[in-house]
Every structure is written in C-alpha cells, then in structure tokens.
Ligand binder design. Structure first.
Ligand code: ADE
Length: 364
C-alpha cells in the first residue's frame, strides 16, 4: 500500500507559508479521496449503500470493529431485510440476532426507530440530517453518516476515527473527548467538504482512521495519503496527538454465576429494566464470591449437587465482572423467579449476553 513519491509530491504544502487548518483540510480532500478509491475495503454495506443498510451498519459499527460486525450484518439483513420487518420483530428475536454484539440498547432503539419510521415516514428513512438525528439511537455522527453515504447530503460524520485523523493532520492539541471539540471539528469539515460525493469523503476520513491512522499503536504514515500535509507527522507528534483526557477507572465487581439445572432444564431470568444489560436474560447470579453452603441457603434447598466451574472475566465500558461459577444440579424447586428452558432453546431462542459466554458454553 506504500505510496509513490509522485503521490506524496502532489500534496506537498507550499513552501515558506503556514497553512491554516481550513486550508490544510481543504488541501487534504483530493489526495484523501483518490487514496480512498484505490485502497478502501470492500464492505457489504459499502457496495450497496441503501439507507436501511447504511443505518443498520452504522449502528452496529458504534463501539464495534468492522470484522466483528460483518457476520452480524449479513445475518441481520437476511432475517430483517427492511424497516417494516424490523418494526414488527419480537424483542426476543431481535436480541437473539444481536447476541454477542453488546450495547443492547442499540438494538432496542433500532426497533423503536423502525416503528416510528413506519408510522411517520411510510417505512422509509428520511433524508434530512435533522430528521435522522431526531430518531432513537441516532446522534450527530450517525445522522451525518446516513445522510451523506445513503443520500449524498454534504454533512460531516465525525467519529473517533475522524477526530484522530483531523487532529493529527492539523496538529491540534485539543482534548478529543470533549463534545465542544467534536462540534468544532464538525463545523470545520462542513466548511471545506466537497458537495460532490460527500459520502465517499466522509468514508475516506473514517477509512484513513481505521486502516492507516490507526487507533492503537503507531500510525502507518508511510502509507498515508496525507503524509506531507500532516502536522503531527512533520513535528513527530503522532505519539501525543490525539490528546485524550484519561478515562475514569473501571470498577470491579465480583459475581457468582449459577447454572441451575433441573429435569433437563436450565434456569434463566430477566434482568432489571434499568442499568447494565437492562431487561436482558441472564444466568442467575449473586453479588460477591459465594460459598457452596450460601448457595444452598439462598436457593432454599436442602440438597443439591454443586460443582465449581472455571473463573471468568468480562469487561464492560465502566465495570469489570470477575466471576466464579457453579453448576447446581437440583431435585427441588428453588426460591426465585426463573424461566426454565432447554439447552436447545438457549441456543435458538433466548439471547444471553456475551458477558456470560464462559458459562453458557458449559450448559448441557
Ligand atoms: N466505522 C464506522 N462507520 C464505518 C464505515 N462506514 N466504514 C468503515 N468503518 C466504519
């Protein structure tokens, strides 16, 4: 993917005069687009950018890598090929399709938005940025991505990739975790983005951030179409820019997860309708590390065959679960409100979040 000297010479900045950031971003447009047309990845939603497909892909791509999204996207499109099917799907079926992708409120918002689209827009996505942004689950980035990629409307779509690319290009030392910095970058882009093919322009910025100006580790400046224009590269600041305020530390929670079995069935239950993994099914769990005696006491049973299971860890954005687990084979009905399902039904019908994967795979 290395660029020829010719490519680099095309984007050398004028000697002896400093460019301001508008000029720099403006000068980046042509080389960036030409690079995009040569080097972009072929992705299912890119080759056929219908509004529904762009919408679903952009929601899936929030906080999730392209490679992880691909199989989910294809499956989703096959199961729910349009807005109406999405509006009508049952929550359990929808969550089963989303199982393992995480951030499940994204799926619920998709369904809510689809219902609204059927009600208000005849089952089609509106093409204006403002109307898109008013839909559940759609913020400024996603509204910009759908409007520009599916409807060719020249509005910016600033995600983490774009924040990184443009901060480096312009040598900005601003903290990119600030909303004000994102809004400022949206304004900057709006002023210089081409009116022709804005969808490719936005995707070129995103793509450069994903595969050249990479999020983790050193950027691949030797392959970058903005090599000569990039202030962070010129000043050897790619290790410093983008500037990000340190994240709050994650708290750790200890949990004991139970595979309760009785007569060939396994107990699952619904989580609270607020907070972490809201309203999703889960394997029963208890706070803390619980002894085998305490398990029997909590379940209110005299006898149970209890076998320890391996420890496991799951990392959410703000919390880390450190889990111990037990298989509890019961002959009496335990205390608690459970749904008793077969292992087959767990595979096919009920969705258990990825956080429980270390234990769901041990269900038999
Ligand atoms: N990440 C977010 N949106 C994307 C897109 N349209 N293409 C590739 N990666 C993305």
């Amino acid at each position: 993917m290395n660029h020829s000297l010719y490519d680099k010479l095309q984007v050398l900045e004028p000697a002896g005069q400093a460019m301001d950031r508008e000029e720099r971003l403006s000068a980046a447009g042509r080389p960036l687009l030409s690079w995009y047309h040569q080097h972009r990845r072929i992705l299912p939603w890119r080759e056929n950018p219908e509004p529904y497909r762009v919408w679903i892909s952009e929601i899936m791509l929030q906080q999730t890598r392209v490679e992880a999204v691909k199989p989910y996207f294809d499956r989703f499109m096959e199961a729910l090929p349009g807005v109406e099917a999405l509006g009508e799907v049952s929550e359990d079926r929808l969550l089963k399709l989303w199982e393992g992708l995480g951030y499940y409120s994204r799926a619920r918002n998709l369904k809510k938005a689809a219902e609204l689209l059927v009600e208000k827009y005849g089952g089609k996505l509106p093409s204006s940025y403002e109307e898109l942004k008013a839909l559940p689950g759609i913020g400024s980035y996603t509204a910009g991505a759908i409007a520009s990629i599916a409807f060719q409307i020249p509005v910016p779509a600033v995600d983490g990739n774009v924040l990184r690319v443009i901060s480096r290009l312009t040598g900005s030392m601003e903290d990119i975790t600030k909303q004000s910095v994102k809004r400022d970058m949206e304004e900057l882009i709006k002023g210089v983005m081409p009116k022709e093919d804005p969808g490719s322009y936005n995707q070129a910025l995103i793509e450069a951030g994903a595969i050249v100006c990479v999020p983790n580790g050193a950027p691949l400046c030797g392959s970058c179409p903005l090599f000569s224009l990039c202030v962070a590269r010129q000043k050897d600041l790619t290790g410093v820019i983008p500037v990000k305020a340190p994240k709050k530390e994650r708290r750790t929670e200890h949990r004991t997860i139970l595979i309760l079995t009785k007569d060939g069935h396994v107990a699952i239950r619904k989580r609270d309708d607020t907070g972490l993994l809201a309203s999703l099914y889960e394997l029963p769990g208890l706070e803390g590390r619980i002894s085998q005696e305490q398990i029997k006491e909590t379940l209110g049973v005299k006898e149970a065959k209890i076998t320890p299971l391996p420890e496991a860890k799951h990392i959410f954005s703000h919390v880390e679960w450190h889990m111990t687990g037990y298989r509890v084979e019961l002959t009496e009905v335990p205390k608690g409100d459970y749904l008793w399902v077969t292992p087959e039904e767990i595979k096919k019908t009920y969705s258990l979040p990825g956080a429980f994967k270390a234990y769901t795979k041990l269900i038999r």
